[in-house]
Design a protein around this ligand. Sequence first.
Ligand code: ADP
Ligand code: ASP
Ligand code: MG
Length: 412
Amino acid sequence: MALIVQKFGGTSVGSVERIEQVAEKIKKFRDGGDDIVVVVSAMSGETNRLIDLAKQISDQPVARELDVMVSTGEQVTIALLAMALIKRGVPAVSFTGNQVRILTDSAHTKARILQIDSQRIQRELKAGRVVVVAGFQGVDGKGNITTLGRGGSDTTGVALAAALKADECQIYTDVDGVYTTDPRVVAKARRLDKITFEEMLEMASLGSKVLQIRAVEFAGKYSVPLRVLHSFQEGPGTLITLDEEESMEQPIISGIAFNRDEAKLTIRGVPDTPGVAFKILGPISAANVEVDMIVQNVAHDNTTDFTFTVHRNDYNSALQILQTIATEMGAREVIGDTDIAKVSIVGVGMRSHAGVASRMFEALAKENINIQMISTSEIKVSVVIEEKYLELAVRALHTAFELDAPAGKTAE
Ligand code: ADP
Ligand code: ASP
Ligand code: MG
């Protein structure tokens, strides 16, 4: 008998009919003899609806109160699913994050899980019940409700699987696994049977929202066997694995990630003296704005140009800070651009192959796509391009790195 943690995402519990379908599925596992802990998200669209409500009161709602409100989405679905299971004769009980005691830090809207007290769940499992836990939420040391950041139910699932030493954590969603790139953007995307934790971590951090990045971090750290599957279609899904098979057939690039969430800022004609980068980025980081890519040009007339990207949500505050710095430093001008996108190729195969970046640049050049910024690491190359070319770029790269599915083998 195995212990399995199953997480169902927003679209999978998006209506009463779907919740009934999920209950049927869980019943089958239960009838097969497995112990089941289920984690659910809010119904699709519900978290956005709640955030919109808060924004009608204030542009920047108090984070503590926002958490009190958005956590209600998951409270509805755990109760509905428990009811649907009980109706089918499957003993079940629902718990909020507070009731399980998913202890987090106090960073409202982006809290981190510190500890899980799984005793209550263990007791319920021993009594033969399916335990349904609210995703995305926890409680801090002072008893305040916290949430784990968008997509955080994935992290609840993996963290529970780690705490309970489950045999597998299954993430059920609206695609049948992890694809070479978002199948909703590239029709020829291919499902991967396996992907390494390291690659999945890069894909998630570079924009593939199929798994929340912290869920992948947790799974890697605690060696939780993790699988992404379709909620309502049979299939093997994608296994996130530790082993990096060094087979010759291993593709150099496993996937392509992208995001439209960043904006670019440039400060031009800054007098080039030691400490320039610190003078510019010090105040930005003091304002809690995270910087992603950075480029500083070689000085020619004793001045330099400095460009970096931030999350679009932080664009306005970063621009204001930069304008103040520019005046103080006697820089020529500040330019901002929100119409950018970042496209990244990811693969552990890059370690053993040269020329991957130039192949990427060639594919983009062939489509006449201008590269504005570049950054590389051991297993990824990212470029910033104009947003309107994003889909073209992803498709061109998908073909150039031979990732396209054979005809007739694409996602539904
Ligand atoms: P859930 O509500 O189940 O958590 P999400 O919307 O968070 O589902 O994640 C699933 C979505 O992730 C898919 O519908 C797909 O559009 C998107 N996605 C992005 N990149 C990928 C990828 N590489 N493979 C599969 N899906 C991806
Ligand atoms: N309901 C939350 C969100 O929409 C958490 C999740 O779905 O994982 O972000
Ligand atoms: Mg999700």
